[in-house]
Design a protein around this ligand. Structure first.
Ligand SMILES: Nc1nc(=O)c(N)c(NC[C@H](O)[C@H](O)[C@H](O)COP(=O)(O)O)[nH]1
Ligand SMILES: [Zn+2]
Length: 174
């Protein structure tokens, strides 16, 4: 129900607050949920793991760790993720990164939507669309929907999410 989405999203927001502020990214929190069991599979926040990592990326890496799979086997996540896995993230998955690192939309597409006996990410709940500050308009959402992965905006926390996300940014001089 909408209440559950809001509670999972506000949990992601508390995770985002653990992220060390930086002027060149957003502080984001994310979690992977097994929607069939209502069980959180992994949580993550920006820079939680070494290597300029994104929140969503940290969820994937931590889930691999739980299944004793090496950190470079994100391409095997579909083998171990439940079919009905949902990703919650306070800011929509990135479609392009100034660093040139693999965007999270590509990481999600590589996992796929699952089904027919395969694991995958069926749906992504996002707290806000990515602002256009770093990479212009984020068109990742269309790519995900094109792959059958539904992207849903969970409303109500936008202001707090953006405040946390941009805490490391230098205020624009008025
Ligand atoms: N969804 C999402 N999760 C994150 O954990 C995060 N940091 C961003 N941020 C998006 C933003 O576009 C990139 O942070 C910049 O483009 C800089 O790229 P790097 O982060 O240095 O790879 N977006
Ligand atoms: Zn990302």
């Amino acid at each position: 129900s909408a209440g559950d989405h809001q509670s999972y999203m506000s949990y992601c927001l508390t995770l985002a607050q653990k992220s060390p502020p930086k002027p060149t990214n957003y502080r984001v929190g994310a979690l992977l949920l097994d929607a069939s069991q209502n069980k959180i599979l992994a949580t993550g926040y920006t820079l939680e793991l070494p290597g300029n990592t994104h929140a969503e990326q940290c969820c994937f890496l931590k889930f691999l760790g739980k299944h004793n799979l090496p950190q470079d086997s994100e391409d095997r996540l579909a083998e171990v993720l439940p079919q009905n896995t949902i990703l919650y993230t306070t800011v929509e998955p990135c479609g392009k990164r100034l660093s040139g690192n693999l965007p999270c939309v590509e990481r999600i597409l590589r996992i796929g939507k699952g089904g027919e006996g395969k694991g995958g990410i069926r749906k992504v709940y996002v707290g806000v669309k990515e602002p256009e500050k770093f990479v212009g308009e984020n068109v990742g959402r269309q790519k995900l929907e094109g792959a059958g992965i539904e992207v849903v905006l969970v409303e109500g926390l936008e202001e707090e999410i953006l405040k946390v996300a941009t805490a490391g940014h230098v205020e624009e001089k008025a």
